[in-house]
Design a protein around this ligand. Sequence first.
Ligand code: SF4
Length: 437
Amino acid sequence: MGKLELTDKEAALQTTRRGYLTQLTPARRGFITNYPNIQHWKKSTGEDVLMPQPLNVYVHIPFCAQQCSYCYYKTIQGSRKSEVDQYVDTLCREIELATRHFHLDERPVRSIYFGGGTPTLLSESNMKQIVECVRNNFQINDDAEFTVEAEPVTLTQKKADMLRELKVNRISLGVQSLCDDIIKLSNRKDTEEKVIKAIEMAQSTGASVNIDLMSGLAGETPETWAYSVRKAIESQVESITVYKTELFANTEYFKEIRNDKLVLPNDEQELEFMQYAMDKFAEANYLPWSFFTFTKDGKNPHVHAPSIWRGEDYYPFGTSAFGRVGNWLFQNTSDVPKYTAQIEAGKLAISRGHSLSALDLMVREVVLGMKLMNYKVSQFEERFGFDLEKICAPSIEHLLKEDYITLSNGEIALTQKGILHGDYAGKSLGQHLLNLF
Ligand code: SF4
């Protein structure tokens, strides 16, 4: 029987993390009990593991006043009160079911987000019922962000007062444009006047107000875009978000463009609109903290989206809502009768899901991480054990050469050009990782 001891060289190698598995000659020795070797673990009292992980809560309200021409979401128009009441009851039942099933009540809630659809289309009693249910089922941090999306036309002073009473501390208004002609072409019921009034009502609640604009809507010209940007800045809201108009086959825009009834600005024009907005925002000291959100002095970034981009869990409630628990992504059915039947039967209404692989996690890390404009490469090594600078060297070199990013002190940062081109840098890094493994 051969000796079971390690050679001196093997023993020396074993003291390093990378050498732990090294065996210089094939032999039945060096029984592995763990990896990495216990001597490479950090000092810990276990608190970091025992601390419940933060949670973000998303509540989906599918009802809208109209179907906007560019919108590809599955929304519901013209609902009867009884239908909305039933949806709200089901939503509350789902909150109770999922909270119990996933032990969500043990986790501190960092942010709550009511999105849609149009949450402000709900009646006061519907809204109160959901908020009460959320508060009764979760441990909500005192400083948690509570956002409600609102369409200007649906916001009244009474609703704004109700939002204040419910302690909503962020209102995000889907404005899209402040030019009546452009608004009309999008099949929305707002007008510039209604939008300005809605912004003032939202501001009267004391909440932080965000307005969304869309660059590249049908009919947009440099003049109409300049008007919307000027009006947005004059409103003095805390933050302005600019989304790119994207064309999807299930939209009214798509049909009208196919029938030559409508023309969208091309990519170059849309880039010029974005560049114009960035210049004007900078002059007014609205600075970016993500490549599409600009806040006064670049301060007070939102909480909900960045928490998700940093890899935290977010639980989705309501039809078609999607979220993440651990390494599992999943989405609820978008079929309301099915959703209702499932929940009434005491089951969750999840209709699809995906278990994130190690590669998915790495790609997500860079694609979503770069939305925040700065990414510490050491974070990648801490999470995945790879030196991002080394494994993505060709992609990083390209992005540096073309002036999309800078790299200094171990941090990748988007340049002005990188901000203008949105997800491009993150997608390039993600694609590189996909090609590599
Ligand atoms: S209000 Fe918002 S969610 Fe509803 S159809 Fe219009 S863009 Fe889509």
